[in-house]
Design a protein around this ligand. Structure first.
Ligand code: ADP
Length: 421
């Protein structure tokens, strides 16, 4: 089955075309036939398409909206010039899997999209006003182009964290705000944390209920999850993806009182202050240079820039503090796992975080850490390390494609409490 995986953002569309099926899943023999993205939708868009084993094609063209972006992708997929193996036209796409950011408390797992499901996703817009509208537009555009007969699924960033117990998802604010407005920790990057946990148990040939790990997704956005007995029991992102670790441009945890303070001192509105915490803080805010960890590390090494060094120090310190608190919350874990652009590629950041962890028996093997190369799953702790340390590249798109196959082959689970309108 060829599954088109779509990740529609407010100004970008990313896709992968993945050939998979129950047999391929069992044999780990899925194939990524093509991938690409359209950025700066709404203006002069930058288009990047790559078919398997072929050179990347880059172009620029005006792209009006999400629907026009999807049409551009589909034209390329169906064209002779893309030359994608096994694809002669759009009829060779058998399903679409959508990444959806917020599933609220409605969605605890991936689902086949029906009118009722779409209403549920729309109902979550107030929880994710920046993300869910784009996801809805992507679903509607795909329905218009392909018709209702083509199966489409929604895979939620929040779903994996729906197992959080009350003690980790409730904020210590008046309880009625949870009742009235559903204010709580939802957590994000759930598909990534779930994929990493799945690979960990596959590599180690253990049952799901024996998975006791801490997973770190360190990319532009960063989050960490405590996974106990196979279930997410705590995670660092909250009501929105702003909470938790230091990120590229997001502050992560702050004293909430500083918002009013900044507004008063700088003459900002609450919206402007929130935008500052989302877009001008984190690594960028501290360093004053860049949100890109690779550039920051180069700057720190080459020129010894004080604030670049400080941004890296704060990033690692915060991550280590979270690991320590999750080890306490879980009463210990078997492994910590690094993923995401930074987690997979930066030996420096992994070492600096692990430097804080000798107290709990985590011992990095320096040589293995340095030798780690992108795209490979490896254990990087010393043989004697009590707490194992891994690098496991994440693959959210693959999990979305696999969920799509499973839902089509085995049916959609019943979701609780979907809105009826
Ligand atoms: P996203 O969250 O957008 O998917 P990625 O997972 O691709 O982002 O992560 C992007 C981050 O990974 C950037 O900060 C980038 O600098 C960092 N990164 C990628 N390669 C390296 C590297 N070799 N060393 C340090 N950081 C790296």
């Amino acid at each position: 089955m060829n599954v088109l995986v779509l990740n529609c953002g407010s100004s970008s569309l990313k896709f992968q075309l993945i050939a998979t099926g129950l047999e391929q899943i069992a044999d780990n023999a899925d194939r990524r036939l093509a991938h690409g993205q359209i950025e700066r939708i709404g203006g002069a868009a930058i288009i990047t398409f790559t078919a398997e084993n072929r050179q990347t094609e880059r172009s620029a063209a005006p792209v009006r909206d999400v629907r026009a972006a999807l049409e551009t992708v589909l034209r390329w997929i169906a064209s002779d010039s893309s030359n994608i193996e096994g694809i002669n036209g759009l009829a060779d796409i058998q399903a679409i899997g959508h990444r959806v950011v917020h599933g609220g408390e409605f969605f605890t797992e991936s689902v086949l999209i029906t009118d009722e499901v779409l209403r549920g996703i729309e109902d979550c817009i107030e929880l994710a006003p920046l993300h869910n509208p784009a996801n809805v537009k992507g679903i509607n555009a795909a329905r218009e182009i392909f018709g209702r007969a083509l199966p489409q699924t929604a895979v939620f960033d929040t779903a994996f964290h729906q197992t959080l117990p009350e003690k980790s998802y409730l904020y210590a604010i008046p309880y009625q705000f949870y009742r009235r407005h559903k204010i709580r920790r939802y957590g994000f990057h759930g598909t990534s944390h779930r994929y990493i946990a799945y690979r960990y148990r596959t590599i180690n040939k253990i049952a799901r209920e024996n998975v006791n790990i801490i997973t770190l997704h360190l990319g532009n956005g960063c989050s960490i999850a405590a996974i106990k007995n196979g279930n997410s029991m705590d995670t660092s992102m909250g009501l929105t993806p702003l909470e938790g670790l230091v990120m590229g441009t997001r502050s992560g945890d702050i004293d909430p009182a500083l918002i009013e303070f900044i507004c008063a001192k700088e003459g900002l509105t609450v919206n402007e202050a929130e935008s500052l915490l989302n877009k001008q803080s984190g690594l960028l805010g501290i360093s004053g240079l860049t949100n890109d960890m690779r550039e920051l590390a180069a700057e720190a090494a080459e020129s010894g820039d004080r604030r670049a060094i400080l941004a890296i120090e704060i990033f690692c310190y915060r991550a280590a503090k979270y690991i320590g608190s999750y080890l306490a919350a879980m009463n210990g874990a078997d492994a910590i796992i690094f993923a995401g652009g930074i987690g997979e590629n930066s030996a420096l950041i992994r070492r600096k975080i692990c430097d804080y962890l000798s107290w709990c028996g985590a011992q990095l093997d320096e040589a293995k850490n340095e030798a780690q190369t992108a795209g490979h799953e490896n254990i990087i702790s010393a043989d004697s390390s009590k707490l194992k340390i891994y690098v496991i590249p994440t693959n959210e798109e693959l999990l979305i494609a696999r969920d799509t196959v499973r839902l089509i082959e085995t049916g959609s689970p019943q979701q609780k409490n979907l809105p009826t309108k």
